[in-house]
Design a binder for this molecule. Structure first.
Ligand code: ZN
Length: 183
């Protein structure tokens, strides 16, 4: 079977927990169980689990997000730890050779990172996207993946955002403009 990767995007306390700095709240908390279930399934099937995770510095004058959002996902903070069960899952599996967590500094998991190279080295052509926010970081990652000819699968119950309209719009865009399979 061809190699596939599950991407769990930005599923951290700041984006998911009630007290998070930039939380998507309940809709984001509601996908926790599904994400863990998929992560276990991917490792059991000898596929990959990749965790691209936002990383920021406090008051970074050079970063465009400093003007757009409150500080979030700061280095070594509680806010940048994975939310709930995912942190426990990661603690348990972080040394597994098919688990890869790395820092990103823009919405897309591909921007300024080695993700494309990492996937090509391993002959991975299909990406399954989960995490937050559907209409921001998941969207930009999906667009980058589309530009690089990856096949996309997106889990309706594995992605979330703070805005129901954004969720609907992004799911339609994944399907109709990026050719993603929506499950
Ligand atoms: Zn950010």
């Amino acid at each position: 079977m061809t190699k596939q990767a599950l991407l769990i995007i930005d599923y951290t306390n700041d984006f998911v927990a009630e007290e998070g700095a930039l939380t998507a709240g309940k809709p984001a908390q509601n996908i926790e169980t599904r994400i863990i279930e998929l992560a276990d399934q991917f490792l059991n099937n000898d596929h990959w689990v990749i965790l691209p995770t936002d990383l920021h510095q406090q008051n970074d004058p050079y970063h465009p997000e400093s003007k757009l959002f409150p500080a979030h996902n700061l280095a070594n903070s509680w806010g940048r730890q994975f939310y709930g069960e995912l942190q426990r899952w990661y603690d348990h599996h972080q040394h597994h050779d098919h688990v890869y967590a790395y820092a990103k500094n823009r919405y897309s998991a591909f921007a300024n990172t080695n993700l494309d190279n990492f996937l090509r080295e391993r002959d991975i052509h299909t990406l399954h996207l989960t995490g937050v926010c559907t209409d921001i970081c998941v969207l930009h990652t999906a667009i980058s993946a589309y530009h690089l000819n990856y096949d996309l699968v997106i889990y309706q119950d594995g992605v979330a955002t703070f805005n129901p309209e954004g969720q609907r719009w992004a799911l339609a865009h994944f399907q109709h403009s990026l050719g993603a399979k929506i499950i």
